[in-house]
Structures are given as C-alpha cells and as structure tokens.
Ligand binder design. Structure first.
Ligand code: NAD
Ligand code: UDP
Ligand code: UDP
Length: 317
C-alpha cells in the first residue's frame, strides 16, 4: 500500500502556507496545518477543509507541540513589516522559540524540517545580487531587527540542531513573494499598490522610489520549497528562492497602473527606517541543486493577483 507522508505546515493558513498545503494535498500527502491566525485566515484554507487528508489546528508555535509527522515546513511568522512590527517581542519569540520547538519535534520524530528564512537576513546588502555566502548587513537594534535577527537566529538553530543532533534540515531564503491570498491590509508594496490603484486612491511610493525588489509569483516559490524539501539530505541550504527580475518601486507602481487601467496618481511618503535599497537573488544554487527557476514574470503574475484583489475589495464594500 502507498504510504502517504504526514506533513506539518506551520503558518499553513497564511498566504504562502495555504498554497503549500494545497500542493502537498494534491501530491497525496496528509497535511496538518498549524496556525495561531495572527495574520493567516481560515478563508485561505476553507476550500481544503473537506479533504479527509487535511487537518487544521489552532496553536502558537512558541509553545511545544507534540504530534507525529514525517516532514515539517516551518512558515509560522508574520511577514509584512506592519504586522511583524506590531508586537516585535512576539515576532522574535515566534522565530526563535518556534524554531526551537519545531526542531525539538523534528529531533524526536526524525522528521525532515524546512525553515522559511528570508532575504532579510542580508539586511541592506552591500553585495549585489545576493549570494548565499554573503553574511549580510543587518541593523541589530532597528525596527526591522525583530524579524531579521529572529530569522537569523532561527538559521543558527537549524544548523546547530543539524550538527549537534543530526536533524535533517533545509533552509530556504525566500525573496519577496506575491500572489492571490495576500492580505489586502498587510501593507506590503504589491498589495498596497494594487488596492490603491483599484480604489482610485493615490499610490504611496516610499522615498524616491528608486529602491529595488525582485518579485516571485507564489506558485513558483511553492514549487521551489517542495523541491528543496525533497532534495538529497546533503542539500541543507541556505538556498535563495526568488525571481531575479529586479524592479524599482516606481517601475512597479507604473506597471500596476498600466495593468489595472487606473487613473490613480503617485504620491511620495517617507522611506521607512532601514529599508533595504536593493535586493535581487542570485539563484545559481537553486538552479544547480534543485533544477529550479521561476517561470512566471512579474507582469504575468500580477494579472491573477489583481483579479483576486478586485474580488476582495468588492466584498469589503
Ligand atoms: P503570512 O503572514 O501570510 O503567513 C504567516 C502565517 O504564520 C500566518 O498564517 C500567521 O497566522 C502564522 N503565524 C504567525 N505567528 C505564529 C505563531 N506564533 N504560531 C503559529 N502561527 C503563526 O506570511 P507569508 O507571506 O505567507 O509568509 C510565510 C513565511 O514565509 C514566513 O515565515 C515569512 O517570514 C516567510 N517569507 C515570506 C516572504 C514573502 O515575501 N511573502 C519573504 C520571505 C520570507
Ligand atoms: N518539543 C516539542 N515537541 C516535541 C519535542 C520537543 O515541542 O515533539 C519542544 C520541547 O518542549 C523543547 C524544544 O522542543 O522545548 C526543544 O527540544 P529539545 O529536545 O531539543 O530540547 P530539550 O527538551 O532537551 O530542552
Ligand atoms: N513600499 C512603497 N509603498 C508602499 C509599501 C512599500 O514604496 O505602500 C516600498 C518599501 O519602502 C520597500 C518596498 O516597497 O522599499 C517593499 O516593501 P515591502 O514592505 O513589500 O517588503 P520588504 O521591504 O520587506 O521587502
């Protein structure tokens, strides 16, 4: 008989997590979604609830969790600056205590465990594009530090559990990801610009708009996460997952205006502190060890994302 792997996805009711749960169920796995619903929503996984291989549990990963699983994807953590800065101490606890608990669980069950790390570990990078060997330029005491340093410490814990306890680890450094199911009020640039354009409000460009980001469509990213989890045990990462297509925030604003056909204007707002000036993944490692690269360019991925926000907004009014 075929044995369905039991897979735990923490943060499974979030934006990326919900797509991951869906893809894992499609592959025949049993999926346990654990979430405290801080930024995740039940509606993100409502369409999965009828599947007998899907289970959802309200739980905060800063507390121990005793379940029997074969694989763990550790995604629990708010990802947008306004959410992770809302309760910064809880953000650090989620990354650090959450990692300790999930690594303890992996150690006991001998499960493979993947960490959703981030390009934020590179801080405001002095190396461009960013390669995994770069140690980063992170302010340890700024407003973004709860997230950046929490994720850096989680990486340390992953490698120490690997060296000290032989836990099978995978560390993905995820770059800016977008798509349907992003929270309309999460303050990230893609959601802000699209919602503003659709409502005919001014687009808020922070600073001079010359800072860059590289945006990966969610289905490409999820494919990369699954390939990484299923790679050979000696592939621990850290490994960059992102789309190397790099854009200034002004270019993004103009693209969103064009694709939505909106008449919104563009207004400038102050640049938040420690906002990285440029960001672009070097994905040679993902290409060579996972045979992975993104397939969906920004303009293509923005279309279904805009449609999703159009529906969300019409439901809000
Ligand atoms: P999200 O906010 O939509 O999802 C995070 C999920 O974690 C939410 O469902 C939230 O309720 C849950 N959560 C938060 N704290 C928790 C806790 N203490 N216990 C249990 N659940 C908790 O964000 P996302 O964009 O889907 O990000 C998922 C993961 O990917 C995060 O770890 C994030 O840091 C990482 N990541 C995302 C991006 C991106 O651009 N989206 C980039 C780099 C890294
Ligand atoms: N832990 C957990 N689930 C498990 C096993 C451990 O949540 O199935 C937690 C445990 O409560 C501890 C943490 O993971 O706080 C780290 O576990 P580890 O075994 O590494 O450390 P120890 O229990 O020896 O402190
Ligand atoms: N940004 C912007 N207007 C907004 C929201 C964000 O110009 O309404 C900018 C922000 O200053 C940053 C970039 O867009 O330079 C990406 O911001 P986001 O919060 O989406 O992600 P992160 O900074 O964590 O990469």
């Amino acid at each position: 008989m075929h044995y369905a792997p039991r897979i735990l996805v923490t943060g499974g009711a979030g934006f990326i997590g919900s797509f991951l749960c869906e893809r894992l169920l499609d592959s025949g796995a049993e999926v346990l979604c654990v979430d405290n619903f801080f930024t995740g929503r039940r509606t993100n996984v409502a369409h999965l609830l009828d599947n007998p291989r899907f289970e959802i549990m309200r739980h905060d990963v800063t507390f121990p969790l005793f379940v029997e699983v074969d694989q763990i994807y550790n995604l629990a953590c708010p990802a947008s600056p306004i959410h992770y800065q809302f309760d910064p101490v809880q953000t650090t606890k989620t990354s650090v205590h959450g990692a300790i608990n999930m690594l303890g669980l992996a150690k006991r069950t001998r499960a493979k465990i993947l960490q959703a790390s981030t390009s934020e570990v590179y801080g405001d990078p002095e190396i461009h594009p960013q390669r995994e060997e770069y140690w980063g330029n992170v302010n340890p005491i700024g407003l973004r530090s709860c997230y950046d340093e929490g994720k850096r410490c989680a990486e340390t814990l992953f490698f120490d559990y690997h060296r000290q306890h032989n836990v099978k680890i995978k560390v993905a450094r995820i770059f800016n990801t977008y798509g349907p199911r992003m929270h309309p009020n999460d303050g990230r640039v893609v959601s802000n610009f699209i919602v503003q354009a659709l409502r005919g409000e001014d687009i808020t460009l922070y600073g001079d708009g010359q800072q860059t980001r590289s945006f990966c469509y969610v289905s490409d990213l999820v494919d990369g996460l699954i390939r990484l989890m299923n790679s050979d045990d000696d592939v621990t990462g850290p490994i960059n997952l992102g789309n190397p297509g790099e854009f200034t925030m002004r270019q993004l604003a103009e693209t969103v205006l064009e694709l939505t056909g909106s008449k919104s204007g563009i207004v400038h707002r102050p640049l938040p502190s420690d906002d990285p000036r440029q960001r672009q993944p070097d994905i040679s490692k993902a290409k060579s060890s996972l045979d992975w690269e993104p397939t969906i360019p920004l303009a293509e991925g923005l279309r279904p994302t805009i449609e999703y926000f159009r529906n969300e907004i019409s439901e809000l009014v």
